[in-house]
Design a protein around this ligand. Structure first.
Ligand code: AMP
Ligand code: MN
Ligand code: MN
Ligand code: MN
Length: 283
């Protein structure tokens, strides 16, 4: 069993890199790939844990793109974390995130929910601030009872306090990831779904834009979704990957390796990721 999608407190998860690696080992995972949003910050401590665990520790990132008027997530699995150009590109992405965050504070204040940058920062373990930390800051102030209510009323994608950030195009993300030696993968396509949307043509479009894989196994898929996306990847000749999208206590009940309970990502998916060749080319 493997897990190729998870987060630490370097983005919007709650575990340290070390704790995540140990958790993967306890779950007896063959391989575990760390994929924090927009940052490689958790990677050094994660890889430093390798001598203490049997699980093969792999690294990547998760980027947000603009596609068909909405946000599409792209995993960059097995990127070279020492690639200076890729690091610089992520600095730029985090700058855009920070701009968005500051505009969102202004927007929330206009709506009658004034919170400060420092209050949001106090909810995060690292400098990367995510809407998860906004939700907790709004709850800490008593503007909402609990964090999920903040997403329902204020900062969810369709809510008045949400400010979108300037996102990459899928082709740009795919290009960056490939240039850093990684595999660009469409993350949780099932979560992008909405009334009547069919993936067949859209996925072929993304494949033409350079996306090589799709997440066929996912912590929150129904059995029918898994079947559909694994079959779609086979039809298009795309690589299938899978992971839980574990976020620690920010996604209660979602377990590393197991998702909501039924997840089991097969080891043999690793074969098409050509791990040894990739690691050999940059380690
Ligand atoms: P950001 O990248 O700062 O825009 O924040 C996105 C993160 O917020 C996602 O990765 C989720 O962890 C979380 N999130 C977004 N929408 C929701 C929602 N409706 N309910 C709970 N968490 C959400
Ligand atoms: Mn997240
Ligand atoms: Mn995602
Ligand atoms: Mn994720």
């Amino acid at each position: 069993m493997i897990d190729l999608h998870c987060h630490t407190l370097h983005s919007d998860g709650t575990d340290s890199s070390e704790a995540l690696a140990m958790l993967g080992d306890r779950a007896q995972l063959t391989a575990l790939c760390l994929t924090d949003h927009d940052t490689l910050g958790g990677i050094p401590a994660f890889l430093a844990t390798q001598p203490r665990v049997k699980t093969q520790l792999l690294v990547g990132t998760e980027l947000s793109c603009h596609f068909l008027g909405r946000s599409l997530h792209v995993l960059g699995l097995l990127v070279n974390p020492a690639d200076a150009r890729f690091q610089a590109r992520l600095v730029e992405v985090r700058g855009r995130r920070d701009d968005r965050n500051r505009r969102m504070l202004t927007r929330l204040a206009e709506l009658g929910y004034p919170i400060s940058y420092e209050e949001v920062q106090a909810q995060a373990g690292t400098p990367l601030l995510s809407r998860v930390h906004f939700a907790m800051a709004l709850a800490a102030r008593g503007f909402v009872r609990r964090a999920p209510e903040a997403f329902e009323r204020l900062i969810g994608d369709d809510c008045p306090g949400f400010v979108p950030r300037q996102e990459l195009s899928p082709s740009e993300a795919a290009c960056w990831i490939r240039e850093a030696g990684g595999v660009p993968v469409v993350a949780h396509p099932g979560r992008f779904d909405g009334g009547g949307f069919r993936w067949d043509e859209a996925m072929a479009d993304l494949q033409r834009q350079g996306l090589e894989g799709l997440e066929g196994f996912y912590g929150e898929y129904r059995a029918s979704e898994q079947k559909y996306f694994v079959a779609l990847a086979a039809r298009l000749g795309m690589v299938v990957t899978g992971g839980s999208d574990y976020h620690g206590t920010h996604k209660p009940g979602l377990r590393l390796g197991r998702g909501r309970g039924g997840l089991q990502v097969p080891d043999d998916l690793l074969d098409r990721l050509e791990i040894q060749q990739r690691l050999g080319s940059y380690r």
